[in-house]
Design a protein around this ligand. Structure first.
Ligand code: PMP
Length: 416
C-alpha cells in the first residue's frame, strides 16, 4: 500500500533521500498518486453494434500490439506506402495524394476544409444530418462564406437541387455525406461530381460510415476529396483517417495565397511525411500513431483479401436480413426507400410508447450490446444499429433481433 502524502508532511525545497539517491533542492510532490492509477485497467466486453466504433478483430488487435518502431524509420515508411496503396484500392482511386491522417474522422474533415478553402471563399454544404452541420461549422470557423442546402434527417438532394445551388453560390467546394450515419441514409452519388466540375467546384465527400459497406468509386464518380475513418467497416481502432485528394484538389490547395489555419493539418507538410511530394527526403513534421498505422494497414489488408465488391454485397445481404427481421418484430425502418438505406447503419423509428433511452439501457445491461439513439438533428427520432465489417454477419444480426425482441417485451410500459 502506498502511504498517503499530505502537503503538510512534505516541505518545499527539501533535501530528500530516496532509494535511488538524494535529490537536492527539488520541490516535493503535493498531489498523491491517484488510487485509480494503482488499480489495473479494466475494460468490459461489449458487442459494439452501434454506428461505431465496431469491434476490432483479433488479427487487427494483434497488428496494433506489435512492438513499435520509429515513425521515421525506413520500415515505417514502407508500411505507410502499403497503407497508401490499401487506401487507393478501398477508395478506387489512383490519386498520388493519398494518405492517412493522425486522428479521427473529424481530423480528415478539418484537413480537407482547411487546406482547400481560403478565408472569404464560398463553400456549399449539404446538410441532411449532423455531418453537414459539422462541416458548415468548421468552414465557418476558418472564415469561409458558408451556404447550405438543407433537408431534415432522412432526406436527400436531387442533382437538380445541387446544380441550382452551385449556380447560385459559385462555391469553391461542395460537401456531401455519402453514408449519413445519423439518419441511416446512403446518398446517391452518380452525376454529382460532373455537376460540380461544370461549375468549377471541388467535390468533398464523407465516407466515414459507408466505406467498404456501400459502393463508392472515387475516380469514376469524380470525387475530388474523399475521407473515411478507421473504426467503422474497416474495423481498426479509432484514431486514423484515410483521405485522398484529386489532381484538381491538389492544384487548388498547393496554389493558395494564405497558409492553412492549422500547422498540424497542413497538407504541404503531410504530403512530405507520406512521401507524396516527390522530394527525396522526408522531414519530421509530427509523430504519427505508429500502432494505429499498423492496425490500419491490417484492416486494409483484410479488405483487399476479401475484395471490395464482396464486402459491399456482404453488407447488403446482412442488412437485408436485419431489415426483414426488424419489420417482422413490428418495427418501422426510418428510411423507407430500400435503395437509400445505408447497409452499415440501420435506423429504426423509435417504437411508439417506448422510452428509447430505457430500451438502450436495457439492451446494454442484459445483452451487453451497444445500440445508440439519434445524433444531432435525429436525436429522439431513431435508434441506430450498426453491423460493420467484422461485426457484419447473420449470427450478430440474429443477436440484435433477439435483444430487441426481449427489450420490447420487458420495457413495454416504460413510457408514461
Ligand atoms: N462522418 C460520419 C458519417 C460519421 O459517422 C462519423 C463518426 N460517427 C464522423 C464523420 C466523425 O468521425 P470521428 O468520430 O472518427 O471523428
Amino acid at each position: 500500500k502506498v502511504p498517503a502524502l499530505t502537503s503538510a508532511s512534505v516541505p518545499l525545497e527539501s533535501v530528500r533521500s530516496t532509494k535511488h539517491g538524494v535529490h537536492r533542492g527539488m520541490s516535493s510532490v503535493t498531489i498523491p498518486p491517484p488510487a485509480c492509477m494503482l488499480r489495473p485497467l479494466e475494460v468490459p466486453f461489449r458487442y459494439l453494434f452501434g454506428p461505431g466504433p465496431s469491434n476490432v478483430p483479433p488479427r487487427i488487435l494483434a497488428a496494433g500490439g506489435r512492438p513499435i518502431i520509429g515513425h521515421m524509420h525506413s520500415e515505417m515508411f514502407g508500411i505507410m506506402n502499403d497503407i497508401k496503396k490499401g487506401i487507393q484500392y478501398a477508395f478506387q482511386t489512383s490519386n498520388n495524394m493519398t494518405l492517412a491522417m493522425s486522428g479521427s474522422g473529424h481530423t480528415a474533415m478539418e484537413c480537407a476544409v482547411f487546406n482547400i478553402v481560403e478565408p472569404g471563399e464560398s463553400v456549399l454544404v449539404a446538410i441532411n444530418g449532423i455531418w453537414g452541420e459539422r462541416v458548415a461549422e468548421i468552414a465557418e470557423r476558418m472564415g469561409a462564406k458558408v451556404h447550405t442546402l438543407f433537408k431534415t434527417p432522412g432526406g436527400h438532394f436531387t442533382n437538380a437541387e445541387i446544380e441550382q445551388a452551385l449556380a447560385k453560390y459559385k462555391p469553391v467546394l461542395f460537401f456531401l455525406t455519402h453514408g449519413e450515419s445519423s439518419a441511416g441514409l446512403v446518398h446517391p452519388m452518380d452525376g454529382v461530381g460532373d455537376i460540380c466540375h461544370k461549375y468549377n467546384c471541388l467535390l468533398l465527400v464523407d465516407s466515414v460510415a459507408s466505406l467498404g459497406a456501400a459502393p463508392l468509386l472515387m475516380d469514376q464518380q469524380n470525387i475530388d476529396i474523399l475521407y473515411t475513418g478507421s473504426q467503422k467497416a474497416l474495423n481498426a481502432p479509432p484514431g486514423t483517417a484515410p483521405v485522398s485528394f484529386s489532381e484538381r484538389a491538389c492544384h487548388k490547395m498547393f496554389n493558395r495565397k494564405t497558409k492553412p489555419v492549422s500547422y498540424l493539418l497542413d497538407m504541404t507538410h503531410l504530403s512530405n511525411y507520406w512521401g507524396n511530394d516527390g522530394k527525396p527526403e522526408r522531414i519530421y513534421h509530427h509523430t504519427g500513431p505508429v500502432s494505429g498505422f499498423f492496425a490500419l494497414r491490417e484492416s486494409l489488408a483484410i479488405l483487399a483479401e476479401m475484395g471490395l465488391e464482396n464486402s459491399w454485397s456482404h453488407h447488403t445481404e446482412i442488412a437485408e436480413y436485419l431489415w426483414k427481421g426488424l419489420e417482422d418484430l413490428g418495427l418501422k425502418l426510418f428510411i423507407k426507400d430500400k435503395d437509400l438505406r445505408l447497409p452499415s447503419v440501420t435506423t429504426i423509428a423509435i417504437p411508439e410508447g417506448y422510452d428509447w433511452k430505457e430500451l438502450l439501457a436495457y439492451i446494454m445491461k442484459h445483452h451487453r450490446i451497444e445500440f445508440t439513439g439519434g445524433l444531432g438533428p435525429s436525436v429522439g427520432m431513431v435508434l441506430r444499429i450498426g453491423l460493420m465489417g467484422y461485426n457484419c454477419n447473420k449470427a450478430n444480426a440474429a443477436m440484435v433481433l433477439a435483444a430487441l425482441e426481449d427489450a420490447l417485451k420487458q420495457c413495454r410500459k416504460s413510457k408514461a
